[in-house]
Ligand binder design. Structure first.
Ligand code: ZN
Length: 250
């Protein structure tokens, strides 16, 4: 089973109409992606939740929604998060340090709650190594997926090396290899951390050059690696399926 562990719903900021549920499923069919972890940013958590629910209800076998945990003055995010996980079947949490900082007063309550609820957190740390280390240390029970090996489209190999070493040292960390420019760092992550904690995602949809070839290109990054088929399958879907407790019968 192939799972894109990092896909955005209707992310108008980048792709206009391309991010609709219909277009995403069409794109996934074209490339051979069975399921996708679906994220929604840039709107308040309740709106994100409602849009993700709608997409999931339309394509229940294809989309795995993650709750967008963002501090919100209009209602308590933690309560909404519990509702999303317990009642609406959301499978994880998404936080983005480029939008809200990873300071302890903001994220720690979310990490506490996610640990209790037993769902993973997909965190885009936007290069914030210090807070990622703090979170890995403070929340050993939280399963933390670090997006983009730590920093989106990062050309600073030394910074990525630090995130890779951090994941090697903390078994509660997983590395998402979407938005990685330095492909040799993916190889390094696999050999240092172990393929079981490396997770494929596209961070799509993207119009660079257009969604289908973008997704294909992201998949080829894994297919071209000099590792066996079994490890490639794990990275392309089985690892995230295990993490989310999804039956792997395809
Ligand atoms: Zn993303």
């Amino acid at each position: 089973m192939v799972i894109d562990a990092h896909l955005h719903l209707r992310d108008d900021v980048y792709v206009g109409e391309e991010g609709t549920p219909e277009n995403l499923v069409r794109m996934m069919d074209e490339v051979g992606v069975d399921k996708a972890v679906l994220l929604r940013l840039y709107v308040p958590p309740r709106k994100a939740m409602e849009e993700l629910q709608e997409a999931r209800d339309r394509y229940p076998d294809r989309f795995i929604p993650f709750f967008y945990a963002l501090p919100d003055f209009s209602e308590p995010t933690l309560k909404l998060m519990e509702e999303a996980i317990k009642k609406q079947g959301f499978k994880g949490i998404k936080m983005h340090a480029g939008i809200c900082r990873l300071e302890s007063y903001i994220v720690d309550p979310v990490f506490d709650s996610a640990s209790e609820l037993g769902v993973p957190l997909l965190i885009d740390p936007a290069g914030d190594y210090q807070n990622t280390e703090r979170l890995a240390k403070s929340f050993p029970k939280a399963k933390i997926i670090v997006a983009h090996l730590g920093y989106y489209l990062c050309s600073d190999g030394t910074l990525l090396d630090r995130f890779i070493s951090l994941a090697r040292d903390y078994p509660n960390l997983y590395l998402d290899i979407s938005g990685v420019l330095l492909v040799d760092k993916i190889e390094k992550a696999i050999s240092e951390v172990g393929y079981e904690r490396i997770i494929w995602g596209t961070d799509g949809p993207s119009n660079q050059p257009e969604p289908i070839s973008f997704t294909r290109k992201e998949m080829e990054k894994v297919l071209k690696l000099g590792i066996g088929e079994r490890k490639k399958r794990a990275i392309l879907g089985e690892n995230i399926a295990n993490l989310l407790g999804i039956e792997n019968n395809e």
